[in-house]
Design a protein around this ligand. Structure first.
Ligand code: ADP
Ligand code: MG
Length: 628
């Protein structure tokens, strides 16, 4: 390509030179022509064809000719001879100066001819013309050469253009490739950055690897140690396993022994129940205990005498003064005997010991009913509830304590107990829930109902599930609060109402498929004192009638049961109706008769003792446990 361009450039330069009029400028071109390999064509044909064009284009040349004389000049072109001589001269040697020098006249711009030397002038002119013709010829040749060169160049140009086109397309191709390569470079850069990143990571990992290696080494050591330990442990384990097998064998035989012993214990427990019940029956299914309250100031009252030989007799002595005064005062003794008589110094603990056997019966599945009978102030509430201190606690809290304790022990033999407590007051033959905690205006009414299984329940009554002693003590406190709100200073209602605490006991021995159900009733009866009829009017009379009615009915019911009468008037009073399940054939009954030691209570004491001994005389049919 560069070569072509060079050719193009040189030809352009030649063209520029050809247009110059200065003869000197033509010299190089002439030199070139001489060097040219192509032989110069005959001058005659060239000049002949080119002359008119030359005359027309070379205006400055014709001007000096015209100045010399138009006629001469005009003749010159028409003469083919001159033209020929000039052409031949040129052909012979190209030295145009030779013919001029031969004339002996001065030619060129330096030497002027004389005005008259027309011939010389013509000769000069002719020289000039020859010169020009030579020049023209040369130029024509040069032109041809140049045209050749141009056409050659044009061909070359076309070729070059083609090549250029090819190269352009190649360039396009290359550019595309370059673009691709740029993409590749981007990719390469990315790959490089990735490589750097990976290399960093690799370094990082190598570091980690080293750490891991050290760790592995240390762990291998540890593993070795552990393996050693393991083998030691394995041998120990084998030993232990052998021991374990021995132990298991032992446990199996022990379990068998335990099961056997459990059976024995259960059989023993059943035997204990049977014997316990036999003892209770021998003691009597209805028992009456008499308890004498101590005198307020201490000491023993004279009219009450307790037997020293046993704890069963009590004598009430009354000295009757002689009406006449002549005879000595007579003393009338009323002797009573009960299952047990407790003197004024007997502690709550001693009293409870006797009852605790019955509490055990309740857990064994027998219904137990315990009453406190006596005039107001004789110590019924003290006996049943007692005071808040441990030593002075009465029958109810002690019984509850014993029940939970015994239930816990029976639990070891597979017994599970549930306890339900209720506390009801019977006043004027009306029931009142002592565990009620709602608004007093919304107190519900209660009815005694018998279920299909002949169990007695009270409608709308609070039956509280209890699991421990404290809960029961809380209920007793609530009951006392309920009772005290109902009474006024003038009307000590608690003494004119019965309060009945009931604990329903349900025991299940799932392992032996045995159940038992019983009720422990602890009743603080209304004061048994009788009022002088004239003093009792209105509400008091009503109260008195209600109390007397229910207490005497209690006596009648017990007597009927004792006599095994076919009809027992339970329904005659709310109290006996409520306690129906706990009285009679299937139950154990204990009555406390509390007596006041004051002499002015003599009459009431005598009445109480008479009532109690009537009950005591009854023999209630042998009880059977409520087993299912
Ligand atoms: P009741 O309930 O029969 O009306 P209480 O139990 O309220 O009689 O007894 C009347 C009073 O006598 C109470 O202050 C009580 O503390 C007291 N009391 C009763 N029995 C005894 C006793 N055995 N030892 C000491 N104090 C007693
Ligand atoms: Mg009382």
């Amino acid at each position: 390509m560069e070569q072509n361009m060079g050719v193009l450039m040189s030809s352009k330069r030649v063209l520029a030179c050809s247009s110059a009029e200065n003869a000197q400028d033509l010299a190089p071109a002439q030199k070139r022509l001489r060097k040219d390999a192509d032989p110069v064509k005959p001058a005659a044909t060239v000049i002949g064809t080119k002359r008119p064009a030359l005359a027309a284009t070379r205006a400055p040349l014709s001007r000096p000719l015209r100045a010399a004389g138009a006629a001469t000049v005009a003749a010159a072109p028409s003469r083919g001879v001159i033209k020929q001589s000039v052409a031949s001269a040129a052909a012979k040697g190209g030295n145009m100066k030779q013919p001029v020098a031969s004339t002996g006249t001065k030619t060129g711009g330096t030497q002027k001819r004389n005005p008259w030397d027309l011939k010389g002038k013509v000769s000069d002119m002719e020289d000039k013309v020859r010169n020009y013709q030579m020049k023209v010829k040369t130029l024509n040749q040069e032109n041809e050469v140049l045209q050749d060169s141009v056409s050659q160049s044009q061909r070359k140009m076309v070729q070059v253009e083609k090549e250029l086109q090819i190269q352009r397309s190649q360039i396009g191709e290359y550019e595309r490739k370059l673009q691709v390569l740029a993409g590749v470079q981007d990719e390469l850069e990315k790959v490089l950055s990735d490589k750097n990143f990976i290399q960093k990571e690799l370094t990082n990992l190598e570091g980690k690897y080293k750490v891991m290696e050290t760790l592995r080494d240390s762990q291998e050591t540890e593993l070795q140690t552990l393996k050693m330990k393991l083998s030691v442990q394995e041998s120990t384990l084998a030993r232990v396993q052998a021991n374990l097998r021995d132990s298991e064998e032992e446990v199996r035989s022990l379990k068998e022994t335990v099961a056997q012993q459990k059976d024995e214990i259960y059989a023993g427990e059943m035997e204990r129940r049977r014997l316990h019940n036999t003892i209770q029956e021998l003691k009597g299914n209805i028992r009456v205990f008499c308890r004498v309250r101590p005198l307020v100031g201490g000491g023993l009252p004279k009219h009450i005498q307790l037997a020293t030989s046993d704890n069963k007799a009590i004598t009430l002595a009354k000295t009757e003064e002689s009406h006449t005064g002549k005879t000595a005062d007579t003393q009338k003794n009323y002797n009573f005997s009960f299952d047990r008589v407790f003197g004024p110094r007997t502690s709550q603990q001693e009293v409870f010991e006797e009852i605790s056997l019955l509490v055990q019966s309740a857990l064994d599945g027998y219904n137990v009913c315990c009453f406190a009978y006596g005039q107001t102030g004789s110590g019924k509430t003290y006996t049943m509830e007692g005071d808040e201190f441990d030593e002075t606690r009465g029958v109810i809290p002690r019984a509850v304590q014993q029940i939970f304790k015994a239930a816990g022990k029976l639990g070891e033999q597979g017994w599970e107990f549930t306890f339900t407590a209720s506390f009801v007051e019977i006043y004027n033959e009306t029931l009142r829930d002592l565990l009620y905690t709602g608004k007093s205006s919304k107190r519900p009414e209660h009815e005694i109902r018998k279920t299909a299984s002949n169990e007695v329940t009270i409608t709308n009554l609070t039956y509280e599930r209890v699991t421990n002693e404290d809960q029961v003590l809380g209920l007793i406190a609530l009951a006392n609060q309920n009772r005290s709100t109902a009474q006024t200073a003038q009307n000590d209602r608690s003494s004119r109402s019965h309060s009945v605490f009931q604990l329903d006991i349900e025991g299940v021995n799932a392992g032996r498929d045995v159940k038992c159900k019983s009720t422990l009733c602890l009743v603080d009866l209304a004061g048994s004192e009788r009022m002088v009829k004239s003093q009792s009017q209105g509400d008091r009379f009503k109260e008195m009638t209600a109390i007397n009615g229910s207490l005497s009915n209690l006596g009648i019911v017990i007597a009927a049961l004792a006599n095994k009468e076919s009809y027992v008037p339970y329904r005659n009073s709310k109290l006996t109706y409520l306690l129906q399940g706990c009285l009679g054939g299937n139950s154990k009954t204990l009555m406390f008769v509390n007596i006041a030691p004051e002499p002015d209570s003599f009459g009431e004491t005598l009445n109480s003792l008479r009532f109690a001994s009537k009950v005591n005389d009854c023999v209630i049919g042998t009880a059977t446990a409520n087993k299912k």
